[in-house]
Design a protein around this ligand. Sequence first.
Ligand SMILES: Cc1ncc(COP(=O)(O)O)c(C=O)c1O
Length: 405
Amino acid sequence: MDLFEKCRQFDRADRIRAAGFYPYYKTVEGAHGPDIVIDGKPVIMAGSNNYLGLTVHPHVLEAARVALERYGASTCGSRLMSGTITLHSDLERRLARFLGYEDALLLATGYQTPQAIIPVLAQRGDLVLSDRDNHASIVRANAMATGQGARVLRFKHNDMPHLEALLRAAPLETPKLIATDGVFSTTGVIADMPQLVSLARRYNARIMCDDAHATGVLGRTGRGTGEHFGLGPDDIDLVMGTFSKSLASQGGFVAGPSVVIDYLRNVAPPAMFSASPPPPVVAAALAALDILEAEPERIARLHQNVSRVITALRAAGFTVLSPGGTGIVSILVGQEERTFVMAKALLEAGVFVNPFVSPGVPQGQDLIRTSFMATHEPWHLDAVIAAITRVGLELGLIPWRSAAD
Ligand SMILES: Cc1ncc(COP(=O)(O)O)c(C=O)c1O
């Protein structure tokens, strides 16, 4: 059989295209802000991770322009070889200081970052305990750790008794890593970090928290899950994140004790064998960090926006899966085709959202994820709420009675 046979037999995307629902790879014209253009039509963006609205901020744009002219378009090399410039070291220092850790390491993408941590630290004889709803990048990194001889066990989502049972069953002296998202990307649920920390202490485990959706979002000053719970570097051993959400750029990072970060810097394959983030991209992240530090009120605005949407959608009768306090508002739909139909109807109504179906979420948990920015105005939010309510009524997701209340 030909290696490509599986590609010829793959018909899922074609079936969705044929039904007219294919929602992916939409071309967005112009910059990502609250208002975008798709297929020549103005649309409200309610499906972006640009939580603080900084992708079009003049300071971010200017910093990227200056770096482009000074350092050129690319470093054309890995951090280890020829790819480190002053901007990379500046951003590492700034991030470590901002998050309160001894040191930080930059990687080319957030997706690569768990691969620079989990399979590098967890090898033969070690145990990884991973929340079942962790992001795909952690799932991939776990598979690599298994390939290195580590044992990987998944615990039920945010289920501390289950995690404790798994920890108790392992020998105390076994080195362990608990891997969790800080904010879970499909629902906006926040990890039970105080309990994770307490279990980690009791059972000789280290914690790695993926704060991709928490940096710039959780905590009064946006320092993430640790700040949200009043925890710090003595509690959460390693924090990783991405610049592609609140920090309006691209690339990943991990912050932690200098002895660990220096080890990763020198032995983690993604740091050694992949070109470093390009200069304008790093400068944009540095500028976004300036704004985050100078204008924490953006975080409060984001939370107000999300709270307004959650309150309205709950009142309309939707099952809102998100607790609030993050940038994410997800609505349970529970059926694949209906989820695609809803995303399409919303786009036709002028609202861009993200549909999630299996395997991105467990079967039967299909959902529409909306996400918001500090820069959405009240009229954007009202238009999004009105469109979701109308489409939800048409699809029978909410009862007519509740919507009228
Ligand atoms: C929790 C989480 N971790 C990591 C990533 C990967 O980050 P990036 O897209 O910047 O590579 C994402 C992206 O969606 C994410 O949601």
